[in-house]
Structures are given as C-alpha cells and as structure tokens.
Design a protein around this ligand. Structure first.
Ligand code: FES
Length: 147
C-alpha cells in the first residue's frame, strides 16, 4: 500500500515539525525573557553609568554603599559613615588577619574572635587593638575609585 507508506512518514514529518515549532517558540520565549531582563538591569545601570564609563580602578558605585554602613568588595571594605563621605579599608582584621565579613549595626565585624570596627576603621570592640588599614579612595562621578 503506497498510500500507507507515505502516510507514516507524513505523521513523523508533522510531529517533527511540531517539535521544531515548539522548540522554536520556547527558544524565542527564552530569548525574550532574557531580553526583558537585560534592558531592566541594563536600563537601571545605564541611568547611572551610561553617560560615563566606570573609571579605571573603580571598585563600587556610590549608590551601592549604604549611608551609615558599607560593603565589602573583594579584600576592601568601603563605608559611607555620612552621606557623601566614603572611606575604605583592608578587610584584613588587625587582630590575627581574618577577613572581616559583615557590616551590621554600624560596625565592620570579624568572624574569628569577635572584633568590631567602626565605619571609620577604628576599633569598636576587641580583641583587635589597631584600626583597620586605611586605603585611599576618591569619588569619580558615580564611582568609588581605589587610588
Ligand atoms: S582575627 Fe579578627 S578578631 Fe581575631
């Protein structure tokens, strides 16, 4: 029966076409989803960074550092004790050298033996007795630059 022989491959062809169409639709949907996310993230960044590229040595955006707190970027702690006042320190605790790993309630905290440092790097609570090593930073546009 030649007709039946032809019909079977047609059914396969139709199913294959359906799969291709479904895969294509899913791929397009995935692409749109990614594109939807990118403009949102890029749009957010572009409003603050598009006019100026991040300068060489930039370690953070000003807006990323909360006033009255700070962030840890790699081995640098960046704080903003008061609005527009940025400070930076080595994340190495002056007690035994552990890396401080948390900023909370206005202090920079070391997980090893409980030392706490103020946002200006001075010791808030021992056993550390020396302040965190200060690093020089400048504000360039909307970026904080390690100098
Ligand atoms: S190394 Fe930080 S408290 Fe001891």
């Amino acid at each position: 029966m030649p007709f039946d022989d032809l019909q079977f491959p047609r059914q396969h062809a139709i199913r294959a076409a359906g799969l291709v169409l479904t895969a294509g639709t899913l791929a397009a949907y995935g692409s749109e989803g990614e594109q939807d996310d990118k403009p949102a993230a890029g749009g957010e960044a572009s409003t603050s960074s598009a006019p100026t590229e991040a300068p060489s040595g930039a370690i953070a955006k000003n807006a990323d550092v909360p006033v009255g707190s700070g962030i840890i970027v790699d081995d640098v702690v960046v704080t903003q004790p008061a609005a527009g006042e940025f400070k930076a320190f080595s994340s190495s605790c002056t007690h035994k050298g552990c890396a401080v790993n948390k900023l909370a309630d206005g202090t920079i905290d070391c997980p090893c033996h409980g030392s706490k440092f103020n946002l200006d790097g001075s010791v808030a609570k021992g056993p550390a007795t020396k302040p965190l090593e200060a690093k020089s930073v400048t504000v360039e546009g909307d970026s904080i630059v390690l100098s």
